[in-house]
Write a protein that binds this ligand. Structure first.
Ligand code: ATP
Ligand code: MG
Length: 335
């Protein structure tokens, strides 16, 4: 029976990339009647420094974003990771299954330490994919909807499951499938078309936040890096224009159109004409979500109650799987 798990870090505000690459698909899967478990991975967030008060606010804001986008706490399990301690417990076991060499090859680790002194990165940032494997396998999840940037981590999750099953001669953890089918699986930075849009990018102008107001969205799109060429009539012709490609991709995802259909409409026009249309479309698509998020943020106690109930339901699935894991590994459990 399929079971879906996915997580988002409360490491900042939600971006258009998170929405188009992940959350929109989360809602579709929930509404297909599949068992869906969605997590705010606060323990992943602290792999880089988080101000404690900001982390609490961001966790509630992320929950508000999930709810505003259409996740229903009756249909899906919504919770924050640290309230289910088995994530940390299985993460430790997997730290002992995964190999240093596997972690060294992770492109997220390389991206997040590039230009910095990797010796000064936290040990948790290095072990991030191992905790992510625990998040997924703790529920024996069969499918993980993610953006393209997380594909390698899901593959590593499969490697960890395979090695665990092999080392302990069991057929216990499933081999999980990544589901990379978002409306846009790789939204790029508005400042640099070769870098993905991220909520933790130091430049706020690089991303559209789900909480940005209409003026801010318009301004960011107007100022987005582009080139001076007009738009061509096919997406293939944009191959070496990463910024132009990104804006067309965003337009298509928001409008629910193919990229070629967007270009059929705008071929021959420059960005002076295209950007205001894209800004209108983005405002129109995101404002119902941001309005609802703002409303939900007025009631943090209700959000906390949803996360608490979700954590109880998550724990009820996770605990027996964790106990079975301890038994397989050879831990004495006598209380
Ligand atoms: P951080 O910068 O802190 O890593 P993030 O924006 O990358 O934050 P994550 O919490 O790491 O967000 O990822 C949450 C989900 O959003 C994942 O499924 C990820 O693949 C997806 N995602 C993140 N950025 C993008 C993007 N630019 N385009 C499409 N999907 C994305
Ligand atoms: Mg990320």
């Amino acid at each position: 029976k399929p079971r879906v798990f996915s997580g988002i870090q409360p490491s900042g505000g939600l971006t258009l990339g998170n929405y188009l690459g992940a959350i929109k698909r989360f809602v579709e899967m929930q509404d297909q009647g599949i068992e869906t478990i969605y997590c705010m991975v606060d323990m992943h967030a602290i792999t880089v420094w988080q101000d404690p008060d900001a982390l609490k606010r961001q966790t509630r804001e992320l929950a508000a974003g999930y709810l505003a986008a259409g996740l229903d706490p009756k249909k899906s399990i919504l919770f924050n990771q640290s309230q289910v301690s088995a994530h940390a417990e299985l993460g430790w076991v997997f730290n002992c299954v995964a190999r240093m060499g596997w972690m060294n090859r992770m492109t997220q680790w390389k991206d997040k330490t590039s230009g910095k002194d990797a010796e000064k990165a936290s040990l948790g940032l290095f072990a991030y994919p191992s905790l992510m494997a625990a998040d997924i396998l703790l529920y024996h999840a069969t499918h993980v909807p993610v953006g393209e940037d997380q594909k390698q981590h899901v593959e590593l999750t499969r490697d960890i499951a395979t090695k665990f099953n092999h080392d302990y001669k069991v057929d216990f953890f499933p081999i999980t499938e990544p589901v990379i089918e978002g409306a846009a699986t790789r939204v790029m930075s508005l400042r640099d078309g070769t870098k993905k849009m991220s909520k933790s990018d130091p430049s706020d102008a690089s991303r559209i936040n789900l909480t940005d107001d209409a003026d801010t969205i318009s301004k960011k799109i107007r100022k987005a890096k582009t080139d001076a060429e007009p738009l061509p009539d096919s997406f293939d012709a944009l191959a070496d224009r990463p910024e132009a490609k990104n804006l067309v991709n965003i337009y298509a995802a928001l409008a629910g159109m193919t990229k070629d259909a967007v270009l059929a409409e705008y071929a021959g026009q420059g960005f002076g004409a295209f950007k205001p249309k894209l800004a209108d479309l983005a405002v129109e698509s995101l404002s119902p979500i941001s309005t609802e998020m703002a409303r939900l943020m007025q009631a943090p106690d209700e959000i906390d109650a949803i996360l608490g109930q979700g954590a109880d339901r998550a724990d009820a699935i996770a605990r027996p799987i964790m106990e079975r894991t301890y038994d397989i590994v050879g831990m004495v459990r006598s209380r």
